[in-house]
Design a protein around this ligand. Structure first.
Ligand SMILES: [Zn+2]
Length: 286
């Protein structure tokens, strides 16, 4: 056996068995291949796959990290010059409501729905126009839900272990994201989360897997049961940092076990942009 062959086998074993590490060897150098999580909503599916394959020019660490995005590509200038950027640190200056701020028109279950590992996140790709919300009289269709770990929107300076984004898009292209925190509680394994995690391919080069029946109503229930909701207008949280995104964040976290959160960390690298300045949020960084 050659030295290179044994090295490749060791890397393959690390990828296959994980060993519980949040940053396995085989995934240590792929952060530069992470395009914008919300870009998956704006771009078509085929376009997104092309982006993934050509390896984008930005990442989350070092010279390609969030502080340098605007210098990497002229299309990313909003990342530094934008006045309404996301995420933000949520405090008492953020508007809040105690009522569920949107109406849900979701099926109880999705059938034959696809789950993907995009490298920069892991997501469930919603069937076209099968689930939507109504906000201010406008329909926004669910495009996907995906994860960030740790959470992008801090609360009083603190980050939950993970944040789930349910990305909705209207027919005219405007975006509303419903955000839910995920927190480590000592509850039983969560079926909706386990089912999702079990279907996520181990790496981004693997094809999407199909879940025959997925209980999407569980997430709707969590969102409806939140104590209160914070809302503000911000941006995509990664290049090109486009603004005009409506954010509605549920205050009450979704429970997850330590094992579920570790597995989420195994499947994707660190993918949280730091808090940004936003003129809609008086206390945000300036
Ligand atoms: Zn996101």
């Amino acid at each position: 056996m050659t030295r290179i062959t044994s090295l490749l086998m060791a890397i393959a074993a690390a990828a296959l068995y994980g060993s519980g590490s949040a940053h396995p060897v085989a995934r240590a150098n792929v952060e530069h291949a992470h395009p914008n999580c919300l870009a998956s909503t704006i771009m078509g599916r085929d376009e997104l796959l092309r982006v993934r394959k050509r390896a984008v020019d930005w990442g989350y660490e070092g010279a390609k990290g969030p502080f340098y995005w605007s210098t990497i590509n002229p299309n990313y200038t909003s990342c530094s010059t934008g006045r309404f950027q996301s995420p933000v640190d949520i405090d008492s200056t953020i508007p809040a409501t105690y009522d569920t701020p949107v109406e849900f028109y979701y099926p109880d279950n999705f059938t034959n729905v696809q789950v993907e590992n995009l490298g920069f996140t892991v997501e469930l790709f919603a069937p076209a126009k099968t689930a939507y919300i109504v906000r201010d009289g406008v329909k926004y269709y669910l495009a996907n839900f995906h994860f960030h770990a740790p959470a992008e929107h801090h609360v009083e300076g603190k980050a939950h272990p993970a944040e789930l984004h349910m990305v909705h898009r209207s027919d005219n292209g405007s975006i509303t994201v419903l955000a839910l925190y995920v927190e480590n509680y000592n509850y039983e394994p969560q079926y909706w989360l386990d089912l999702f995690l079990k279907h996520v391919p181990r790496n981004e080069t693997a094809p999407a897997l199909t879940v025959p029946v997925y209980p999407i109503e569980t997430l709707v229930g969590y969102f409806k049961n939140s104590e209160l909701y914070w809302y503000y207008d911000g941006s995509l949280t990664a290049p090109p940092c486009t603004e005009g995104v409506h954010w509605i964040i549920a205050s009450r976290p979704i429970p997850a076990t330590k094992k579920e959160l570790e597995w989420l960390g195994f499947l994707m690298d660190f993918n949280a942009r730091p808090s940004q300045k936003n003129d809609n949020v008086p206390s945000s960084l300036h």
